[in-house]
Design a protein around this ligand. Structure first.
Ligand SMILES: Nc1nc2c(ncn2[C@@H]2O[C@H](COP(=O)(O)OP(=O)(O)OP(=O)(O)O)[C@@H](O)[C@H]2O)c(=O)[nH]1
Length: 235
C-alpha cells in the first residue's frame, strides 16, 4: 500500500499538469508522503526479517528430522512418516516395516575405531538406499539399527525386499582404511494391514522378528509370522 501511495504522489507531482501541492509546501499530504518515504527502509527490513525467519524455521524443521551421521530420517521423522503412511493405508494397501541391524558391529568399531565404524554405517545406508523405491522411507533409530517403511507392500514382498537388502549388503565389499571388509545385517519384517494404525505395535512385531533372526545366527531375514518369532520373548 505504501508503494502505491508513493507512486500516486510522485505521479501527481511529476506528471500532473496542476499538482495539488509542491513537495516543499507544508501540508498534511506532504507530511504523510515524507513519513511514508522515511519508513520505506523499515518496511523493507521487516519484510526481510520475516522472510529470513520463515527460512530458518523451515531449516530447523528439516534438521530436527535428519540423522546427522547418515542423512536419512531420524526417529522423529520415521514416526511421522509411519503415522502418515498408516493413515493412508486404507487406499494404499498394507505397509511393510523392516527393522535392520548390523551384525557384530561392536567388532567393527573395535577394529577400525568409532570413525571407521561411522564410515561403515554410511556405506551401509548407501547400499540400502540403492535398493529402495522412491516412495520407500529409510531411517536410523539407533546406533546400527535402521527401519525401512515400504508402502503398498504385503508380507511376501516385504520379506523379499529384506532378503534383497541382506544379500546386497553381504556381497558388497566395504573399503575402510585401505582394507576390504564385509558386513552382514539381520532383518525383522512385519506388515501393517490396511486400516491398522498402531505404529508401536507393528514395530514391536518387527523387533521380535529381528530378535529371532539374531538368535537364529544373524545374516538372515525373519518375518513376524515365522514360527520361531512367536516363541521369541518380546523385546
Ligand atoms: N561407529 C559407531 N558405532 C556405534 C554408534 N552407535 C552405536 N555404536 C556401536 O554399535 C555397537 C553395537 O553393539 P551391540 O549392541 O553389542 O551389537 P553388535 O556388536 O552389533 O552385535 P549384534 O547386534 O548382536 O550382532 C556398540 O559397539 C556401539 O558402541 C555410532 O553412531 N557409530
Amino acid at each position: 500500500m505504501a508503494i502505491a501511495l508513493l507512486a500516486w504522489r510522485n505521479g501527481m507531482l511529476w506528471l500532473g499538469s496542476d499538482p495539488p501541492d509542491r513537495i516543499g509546501t507544508p501540508s498534511a499530504t506532504n507530511v504523510f508522503y515524507v513519513l511514508l518515504a522515511g519508513m520505506q527502509p523499515l518496511f523493507a527490513s521487516l519484510g526481510f526479517l520475516l522472510l529470513y525467519n520463515e527460512t530458518l524455521q523451515r531449516e530447523l524443521h528439516t534438521l530436527a528430522r535428519v540423522d546427522p551421521l547418515t542423512g536419512v530420517a531420524n526417529r522423529l521423522a520415521l514416526g511421522e512418516a509411519a503415522e502418515r503412511l498408516l493413515g493412508a493405508g486404507m487406499w494404499r494397501g498394507s505397509l511393510g516395516v523392516l527393522l535392520l541391524d548390523a551384525d557384530h558391529f561392536k567388532s567393527v568399531n573395535d577394529r577400525y575405531g568409532h570413525e571407521g565404524g561411522d564410515r561403515v554405517l554410511l556405506e551401509l545406508v548407501t547400499c540400502i538406499r540403492r535398493i529402495l523405491r522412491a516412495d520407500d522411507v529409510v531411517g536410523r533409530i539407533g546406533g546400527e539399527e535402521f527401519v525401512v517403511l515400504s508402502p503398498g507392500t504385503g508380507l511376501r514382498a516385504a520379506f523379499a525386499l529384506g532378503e534383497r537388502i541382506r544379500a546386497v549388503v553381504e556381497r558388497t565389499p566395504l573399503q575402510i582404511d585401505g582394507e576390504t571388509m564385509r558386513l552382514t545385517v539381520s532383518v525383522g519384517v512385519a506388515v501393517a494391514a490396511p486400516g491398522e494404525r498402531d505404529v508401536a505395535a507393528v514395530l514391536k512385531r518387527a523387533d521380535a522378528a529381528l530378535y529371532a533372526a539374531k538368535r537364529a545366527g544373524r545374516n538372515r531375514v525373519m518375518s513376524a509370522d515365522d514360527a520361531d518369532v512367536a516363541e521369541a520373548p518380546a523385546v
